[in-house]
Design a protein around this ligand. Structure first.
Ligand code: FES
Ligand code: FES
Length: 219
């Protein structure tokens, strides 16, 4: 198994994506409500197309034999049929319905598919599901408490109005959680370096960093 962090690249210069507020699309949804939604469940409008493509990809690969495996996901044992060459991202997103796991580059470059394995952040698009059967897997859906209380990092992302479109946000949240687990008081530079494997097309890097520093400083 290789170290996923070694495959990470520095963020590309941020492009300014169209920043239409959700309230303009639906007056009943505030921007803060939208942010809470993407931070807790990763649900974004963009997910629908990926769901379709992923399902087709799995169907195309159905010539191989699936095996039933047990995975420890978000504190529960989930039993699922898995292809020999199936990535963890595909299993989590398309078979277990955890749509907070995004698929974008599908080759360990963007961080959208980030999950925690035994509290460390990894690119799930570049790990075979069979290889993580004995690991503790956490997706963004498993971060908040059973009562619905947000994880401090999630709450800080809300407070700093972090996400724009929200597509990269679940991965950003999980990488921030992993960082603060090993380094609870990072400098801004350390935080930026730790987050450099998570790209954000909307360029919300500064908001995310402010959120991390808010948690680190107990603000
Ligand atoms: S989808 Fe996994 S790193 Fe981009
Ligand atoms: S908030 Fe849109 S890609 Fe990061």
């Amino acid at each position: 198994m290789f170290d996923q962090k070694e495959l990470r690249r520095d963020p590309v210069p941020a492009e300014q994506a169209e920043n239409r507020s959700m309230s303009a699309l639906n007056p009943n949804i505030s921007r803060r409500d939208f942010i809470k939604g993407v931070i807790c469940s990763g649900a974004t409008v963009a997910a629908a197309g990926y769901m379709l493509q992923g399902g087709q990809a799995l169907a195309a690969a159905s010539g191989t034999v699936e095996r039933l495996v047990s995975l420890n996901v978000n504190g529960q044992v989930r039993r699922v049929d898995v292809l020999p060459n199936e990535t963890l991202a595909m299993t989590l997103r398309y078979k277990l319905g955890l749509t907070g796991v995004k698929l974008s580059c599908d080759r360990a470059e963007c961080g959208a598919c980030t999950v925690l394995l035994d509290d460390m952040d990894f690119y799930s698009c570049s790990m075979l599901t069979h290889s993580v059967r004995n690991r503790k897997i956490i997706t963004v859906e498993g971060l908040s408490s059973p009562s619905g209380k947000l994880h401090p990092v999630q709450q800080a992302f809300v407070d700093e109005l972090g996400p724009q479109c929200g597509f990269c946000t679940p991965g950003q949240v999980l990488s921030a959680v992993a960082l603060l687990k090993v380094n609870p008081k990072p400098t801004r530079e350390e935080a930026a370096l730790a987050m450099s494997g998570n790209l954000c097309r909307c360029g919300a890097y500064d908001h995310y960093l402010k959120a991390i520093m808010r948690v680190a400083g107990g603000v």
